[in-house]
Design a protein around this ligand. Structure first.
Ligand code: TXA
Ligand code: MG
Length: 338
């Protein structure tokens, strides 16, 4: 593993990444949400390497990334019935962007991608480097988040190197991810959409576009499927314990300062504490100067990773209202708290 695998995005490095992918190799790639572990989605051998590298259960399907809603059409069946064609149009209006849509798959999708499911998850990412890479590839890109299974998702190239540096041929550096949380995942339904994972596109935005948003059981944290990993999995990655640092993490109002001395606590806040208050903690990071939740989302995973490498015993983190991007922030924090 060496930092030389990280290459700043340029025409040359993007062309090199495209040719490594065409050759069946794995590449770490930037998206606006989190970094992905990319492979040629049409190459079953390459797709299997993703599962091996991440230690990911084979029954947990992957998202395919395409450069436009039009290029998605070869991989999906969305022309009939008419309500589906209509919902697909509404979803496509969010692209390019942090929305993933689960729809019936075409026979051309390789089984390894969908884990045998009759559906496929599709997304058109907006990150300019990822868009150039997709333009340079003659195939869609299968990519889960580029972290070992169950660890925190990577939001910069260095995170990918730390977790999977010896498993990838190259890491394309596109800077810090703008969104910082994974995409919103929805299933299209005749009566609206079902939310499988909250993310960069808010429930309020989905309500405006689709009228009705059903919160699926899978999007709720305490999901009983966790006790039976082989059960049918409507949103298989949504396990209650996920995105976890190795140190215990607690939401601030579940923590009493007489329980563990603050000097042994890594404290993550959404807006700065007074200096005297901050100084009580063993380690301290504020995710935004003003409590802006988009900034909180962007810096959340980096701060959790940093807190995880301190000598502190416990990570204690703020909470926010579950609306807008706040819903996705609290979803990830709940899962990290386990
Ligand atoms: O922002 C993102 O979505 C990032 C970037 C790289 O695009 N990708 C990502 O992939 O977060 P991953 O694999 O870490 O999470 C994808 C989730 C998993 O929970 C998986 O179970 C679910 O999508 N999924 C994939 N295909 C599905 C399908 N056909 N039906 C239901 N859920 C599906
Ligand atoms: Mg993931």
């Amino acid at each position: 593993m060496s930092s030389s695998k990280i290459k700043a995005a340029s025409n040359a490095s993007i062309a090199e990444a495209a040719s490594l992918l065409a050759d069946g190799q794995l590449v770490g790639v930037p998206t606006e949400t989190v970094y992905g572990l990319a492979a040629d989605a049409t190459n079953p051998v390459a797709v299997r390497k993703i599962f091996q590298a991440k230690g990911r259960p084979a029954n947990n399907p992957l998202i395919i990334h395409v450069d436009s809603p039009e290029s998605a059409r070869r991989w999906v069946h969305v022309d009939h019935p008419p309500w589906l064609a209509d919902q697909w149009q509404r979803a496509a209006a969010f692209w390019p962007g942090p929305l993933t849509v689960v729809v019936p798959r075409s026979a051309d999708v390789v089984d390894e991608v969908t884990a045998g499911a009759p559906t496929v998850a599709v997304r058109v990412p907006s990150h300019p480097v990822m868009r150039s890479l997709l333009a340079a590839c003659e195939f869609p890109i299968a990519a889960p988040s580029a972290n070992p299974s169950n660890y925190v998702s990577p939001t910069c190239a260095e995170h990918v190197r730390q977790g999977l540096g010896d498993k990838v041929a190259m890491i394309l550096d596109g800077g810090e991810c703008e969104c910082g949380l994974e995409s919103t995942i929805i299933r299209l339904r005749s009566d609206g959409v079902e939310l499988l994972r909250p993310g960069g596109i808010s429930v309020e935005q989905l309500q405006d576009a689709f009228g009705s948003v059903t919160l699926s059981q899978a999007a709720e944290k305490n999901d009983s499927r966790q006790s039976d990993p082989l059960a049918a999995m409507p949103a298989p990655g949504m396990l209650a314990k996920h995105y976890s640092p190795s140190k215990p993490l607690r939401i601030v109002d579940d923590w009493r300062s007489d329980e563990i001395d603050p000097s042994r606590v890594a404290r993550i806040v959404f807006a700065p504490l007074a200096d005297s208050e901050a100084a009580r903690f063993g380690w301290y990071r504020s995710l935004s100067q003003t409590g802006d939740l988009n900034e909180v989302a962007q810096h959340l995973f980096t701060a959790i990773r940093q807190a995880d490498t301190t000598g502190c015993e416990l990570i204690v983190i703020d909470r926010c209202e579950r609306s807008g991007i706040g819903r996705a922030i609290m979803d990830r924090i709940d899962r990290a708290a386990g």
